[in-house]
Design a protein around this ligand. Structure first.
Ligand SMILES: Nc1nc2c(ncn2[C@@H]2O[C@H](COP(=O)(O)OP(=O)(O)OP(=O)(O)O)[C@@H](O)[C@H]2O)c(=O)[nH]1
Length: 321
């Protein structure tokens, strides 16, 4: 960073600087005149040391990367063009400017020391107003960025809780939600039932029709389960070809009836609706259980698993409660 002269002796005019727009008064002009103008070659960084200064780009473009030390480094790099300033917040906070400022091309910058910034604020209402406007703009931009990031975060969270193949909730969702649903049911004294579903002879299905057709069948089965439940129920891909329906506010006998309905719909589901293939029907075995007083979500899933085993043992394509 090379000092090449002062602002007073440079070719730049105060009116071109955003912060000083309409602030032309002889006292301000005189105060700015001795301020340093520095030159940066493309790729060179602003060496701010431990002091925050206000920089105004006179020519060229400066790239400002957020503070890499505070965990704020989200890749939100901004470009600062002629007339725009950088570092005003650090000056006002009397904080070290930790942003990395790099010249994208050859640049000339006006450097204003923090003491002078405060003197100028005292001296010029117009400057103070410009600064407030600029800070308000920055706060608005930061809020908008925060909102965008929150939305993106929520999007990725949803993505991480859904199974990519079937679109059902995944095991991570179940691990997070089932304990809460169980705790709430025990607290309210309301029933909570689950239906564990395992597709029958799915290995054979894969071997006969291929793995891609197997994926399609699994998706079709998941769709049948999801579309047959109430909006307040949840359909989860428990693992491989095992699905789980979670039914809040549902007693065991009603859950058994729901399971029978799911079994019937699965039996008649179309797996390859638009292919000229013999219709391979898929069936499932269903194990139903209801949360018991003093039990927990582990016991509930284990009970459904045991019931499912009984359904398999009894010949598959059936419900065991
Ligand atoms: N196509 C496909 N197959 C899967 C997927 N996940 C698990 N499978 C298959 O599901 C089959 C499960 O086989 P098994 O556990 O032996 O059970 P099964 O053949 O269904 O027999 P039963 O459960 O006893 O009726 C395996 O061949 C797995 O490869 C998947 O995402 N896509």
């Amino acid at each position: 960073m090379n000092q090449i002269g002062t602002f007073g002796a440079s070719r730049y005019a105060m009116g071109e600087l955003q912060l000083f727009r309409d602030a032309e008064d002889p006292a301000v002009t005189a105060a700015l005149a001795p301020c340093a103008v520095v030159r940066l070659a493309a790729g060179q960084q602003v060496e701010d040391g431990l002091r925050a200064r206000l920089y105004i780009v006179l020519s060229g473009t400066l790239e400002v990367a957020p503070d890499a030390h505070s965990g704020n480094d989200d890749g939100g790099v901004t470009r600062v063009f002629p007339g725009e300033s950088v570092g005003e917040q650090a000056v006002l906070d009397d904080a070290v400017n930790l942003a990395a400022m790099t010249a994208l091309e050859d640049c000339e910058l006006l450097v204003i020391e923090p003491e002078l910034v405060w003197q100028l604020i005292d001296r010029s209402n117009v400057l103070a107003r410009n600064l407030l406007r600029l800070l308000s703009f920055r706060v608005r931009a930061a809020n908008a960025q925060l909102k965008r990031r929150q939305k993106l975060g929520e999007f990725y969270r949803q993505l991480s809780l859904n199974d990519g193949l079937t679109g059902l909730y995944n095991r991570a969702w179940l691990n997070e939600m089932l304990p809460k649903l169980a705790a709430r049911a025990l607290q309210d004294g309301s029933p909570l039932s689950v239906i564990m579903i395992d597709l029958d002879h799915f290995k054979r299905f894969n071997d006969t029709h291929g793995h891609i057709a197997g994926d399609a069948a699994l998706s079709a089965a998941a769709g049948v389960i999801r579309d047959s439940l109430r909006p307040s129920d949840f359909a989860v891909r428990y693992g491989g070809e095992e699905l789980l329906a979670v039914l809040p506010d549902t007693h065991l006998d009603l859950a058994g009836i729901v399971a029978e309905r799911l079994a019937e719909r699965l039996r008649t589901a179309m797996v390859f609706p638009d292919m000229r293939l013999p219709l391979p029907h898929i069936t499932g075995s269903f194990g139903v259980a209801c949360l018991e007083a003093g039990g927990d979500e582990h016991a509930l899933v284990a009970a459904a698993d045991t019931a499912l085993y009984r359904a398999k043992e009894a010949g598959r394509d059936r419900v065991s409660v």
